[in-house]
Design a protein around this ligand. Structure first.
Ligand code: TA6
Length: 283
């Protein structure tokens, strides 16, 4: 059966956005940051967290959805935290029949402002594909410079959570991780399920298989390719109170499970392209 797909442009929170529809599922992607801001599944359930206090003025990154962190993950270098493309206006890459597609591609490239911070020529693209029961986001990093480029980054996915006390993340047991919430020691995950009862900020290395997020009756499979690391973040109560763009109780409604290049930077030769993706699938 052919599933109807459609893309339209519209204003959301004053931002130029695209709405993708595949059957009864829909997603919203902002030109600002090429950020997915909403994914509503075919049952009408919102799967991404977007803070009620998120700022949409472009001065700071939008708190929620799927921010694109590039060319630096977090504070792993001298650039602004999480790089500089979260507050860039990206352009749509239009192909014939694009408005009847289930996929949207946005691009941004170096300019004088990025070269002042990071002296490299590059082009990055984000491709968002909405399926009936899945959302996939691809990141493509093309080196348009004459010398190799090296970057870290992430798809900083904020997932909506019903009950943080009942939440479990499966699939990390046996992996080493850097515990950023505890002063960065390297540990090995001993538990089959990660539960949330305090601040969690961990970079898991060499993640192979898909992870499973159990949220009461709702289960999500989280798979990645190309990205070697997975970052799991929940600020919990005290840090959350210090975030001006979060409700004090916002940490109870979200968890970030991020596809990342963090431990070892990716190196892209001139003229080459690096590709990574994250797929969220209803399970
Ligand atoms: O990915 C986890 C993390 O690096 C945390 O340390 C936390 O700071 C979070 O990202 C949010 O960063 P942001 O710059 O968006 O406030």
């Amino acid at each position: 059966m052919q599933v109807p797909t459609h893309i339209e442009t519209f204003l959301f929170q004053g931002l130029e956005c695209f709405r993708l529809r595949t059957g009864a599922a829909s997603a919203i992607v902002s030109r600002l940051g090429a950020q997915v801001l909403s994914w509503i599944d075919a049952d009408g359930r919102q799967r991404l967290f977007l803070s009620e206090r998120a700022k949409f003025d472009g001065a700071v990154a939008i708190r929620g959805g799927i921010p694109v962190c590039f060319p630096q993950f977090s504070g792993l270098g001298d650039l602004p935290k999480h790089g500089f493309v979260r507050t860039r206006l990206w352009d749509r890459v239009l192909a014939p029949g694009a408005d009847a597609s289930a996929s949207l591609t946005l691009r941004c490239a170096d300019n004088a402002a990025t070269r002042a911070l990071w002296p490299h020529a590059f082009e990055v693209r984000i491709e968002v594909t909405l399926g009936l029961a899945a959302l996939a986001v691809g990141l493509f990093v093309r080196n348009t410079d004459a010398a190799p480029i090296s970057f870290t980054g992430a798809l900083h996915t904020y997932l909506a959570v019903d009950d943080i006390d009942a939440l479990s993340l499966y699939g990390l047991q046996g992996l080493t991780y850097r515990d950023a919430a505890k002063g960065n020691p390297i540990r090995t995950e001993g538990d089959a399920q990660l539960r949330f009862a305090q601040e969690v900020d961990r970079v898991y290395h060499a993640v192979q298989g898909p992870l499973t997020l159990g949220d009461g009756a709702h289960t999500l499979s989280i798979a990645a390719s190309g990205f070697p690391d997975v970052v799991v973040w929940n600020p919990w109560q005290i840090l959350c109170r210090g975030l001006p763009d979060m409700l004090p109780t916002g940490y109870r409604q979200m968890v970030c499970v991020e596809a990342a290049v963090a431990q070892v930077p990716a190196i892209v030769a001139p003229g080459q392209e690096w590709t990574g993706s994250q797929t969220l699938r209803l399970a």
